[in-house]
Design a protein around this ligand. Structure first.
Ligand code: C5P
Length: 232
């Protein structure tokens, strides 16, 4: 599995996003487009960034009835994204329908990964709000195993869970891990963080890095540092 650094382009407008990406004149980074930018600018932002040579992780976290997810995934596949995602809580049949929708007539498809439990959900909220009484680690691994069973390629998870996900679902099952910070950087609102080199050591396949690059004085230097620590 090719390891890479994905920059979370959490911008509110196309102008802010392009202004940032214009700094990268050499290597075009793999970028994540989330709900904020997608809902602000629509599918044309995906086409535009693809045309500029970026690989794209479209982070829209689909969760609906299987038929609706299948049809929506067919639309996203037509946008030629490289990776997209959904909530494993939608069940195995929703995930299988998503794969069907995503698969193009020639048999190719973008990578599909699952969100297990959001990192904003803790044990207490899961028990009280969702009435799930099992330990959260067990729930996360069960959802990851469901995703693997449905034929998905991997999960988004905390770098701290990546090793266990690989043990549970196999080493080829992709782990995409946010919550990455430089050893000498601010952690901001992330609670459990890892450096790019630690994430490499525990076997993350892709790291998703936002503010340590987007808010850096020199974003290209910060990106290069991530690549050196994580990939090289
Ligand atoms: O700026 P920062 O590096 O914290 O950005 C991390 C990115 O990863 C954001 O786009 C955030 O929404 C996303 N993410 C996360 N934790 C998760 C899932 C996604 O931080 N569990």
């Amino acid at each position: 599995m090719g390891k890479d650094v994905i920059i979370a382009c959490d911008f509110a407008s196309k102008e802010a996003c392009l202004n940032f990406l214009d700094k990268f004149t050499d290597k075009k980074p793999f970028v994540k487009i989330g709900m904020e930018l997608f809902y602000a600018e629509g599918p044309k932002i995906v086409r535009e960034l693809k045309a500029r040579g970026h690989k794209i992780f479209l982070d829209l976290k689909l969760h609906d009835i299987p038929n609706t997810v299948k049809k929506s995934m067919a639309v996203l596949s037509g946008l030629d994204v490289d990776m997209t995602n959904l909530h494993a809580a939608g069940t195995i049949s929703m995930m299988e329908a998503a794969i069907e929708g995503l698969t193009r007539p020639d048999g190719t498809r973008p990578l599909l990964i699952a969100v297990t439990q959001l990192t904003s959900t803790d044990q207490e909220r899961m028990e009280n709000d969702l009435l799930i009484k099992e330990p959260i680690d067990k729930v996360v691994m069960h959802y990851a195993a469901n995703a693997a069973k449905a034929g998905l390629d991997g999960v988004v998870c905390s770098p701290l869970e990546a090793e266990k996900v690989h043990q549970t679902c196999g080493k080829d099952f992709i782990t995409v891990t946010p919550g990455v910070r430089f050893a000498d950087g601010d952690i901001g609102d992330q609670k459990r963080v890892m450096t790019p080199s630690e994430a490499k050591k525990i076997g993350s396949d892709y790291i998703v890095v936002g503010r340590p690059i987007t808010a850096a004085a020199d974003p290209v230097a910060a990106y290069t540092r991530c690549l050196e620590e994580f990939v090289d």
